[in-house]
Design a protein around this ligand. Structure first.
Ligand SMILES: C[S@@+](CC[C@H](N)C(=O)[O-])C[C@H]1O[C@@H](n2cnc3c(N)ncnc32)[C@H](O)[C@@H]1O
Length: 191
């Protein structure tokens, strides 16, 4: 693939070893997952979320533009005999088909143009777990371009068609040394 975004991420992942921690919105709410079904880790990178989803018994896909990241993820999944299939693709509205997944997880990736397609791609009763960076950051971490940063409560409006299950955005309220300051966390259900 001759694509500057893919090249950039392939360079980053070339020197990365293993997947880091899964997103808190998923790891702290595992009890919400169905016992069986299909899951998608969207823009998975090295696939920490995909690995966790597969360990929970879900048949999991991981999509990302970086072939390097997905090669490493597929190797780890195969070594651990986990049901993960990786797909190298530039994600766009065309990537999604209706009613495909019981669970979709998106962490640290934001493309507002695909939000409706994500909801269409969820099965009825399916859950979306979303966590990414906000504009009001307390620590210099993550992207600087506002295109990739959430406005206040933005996940609530982007996914307003889903039933709200969970939302957390600590912003700058209270003791800022504690809490989750740089990101918003959302779980919604398609009903
Ligand atoms: C900040 S990383 C997050 C990775 C992972 N979700 C996590 O939380 O660790 C953003 C990911 O989005 C992927 N990405 C960026 N633009 C993309 C696109 N247009 N299509 C598919 N993947 C893309 C990158 O390759 C990278 O793995």
């Amino acid at each position: 693939m001759n694509n500057p975004v893919a090249d950039k991420w392939n360079r980053i992942y070339a020197s990365a070893s293993a997947a880091s921690n899964p997103a808190a919105v998923l790891s702290e709410n595992l009890f919400l997952l169905p016992q069986t079904g299909t899951a998608l880790d969207l823009a998975s990178g090295l696939g920490a979320n995909a690995l966790l989803l597969a360990k929970q018994g879900l048949t999991t896909q991981a999509w990302d533009i970086s072939a390097v990241a997905l090669f490493k993820l597929q190797q780890q999944a195969d070594a651990e005999a986990l049901a993960i299939k990786t797909f190298t693709r530039e994600i766009s509205t065309q990537s999604f088909s209706p009613n495909c997944f019981d669970v979709i997880v998106v962490s640290r990736f934001l493309d507002r143009s695909i939000c409706d397609a994500i909801m269409v791609c969820l099965k009825m009763g399916g859950l979306l777990f979303y966590q990414t960076y906000t504009q009001h950051k307390k620590i210099e971490l993550g992207p600087k371009n506002p295109r990739f940063l959430l406005a206040e409560n933005e996940l609530l409006s982007l996914f307003s068609l889903l039933k709200l299950v969970y939302y957390r955005e600590n912003s700058a309220i209270g003791e800022i040394q504690q809490g989750l300051r740089n990101e918003a966390l959302f779980i919604g259900q398609k009903v």
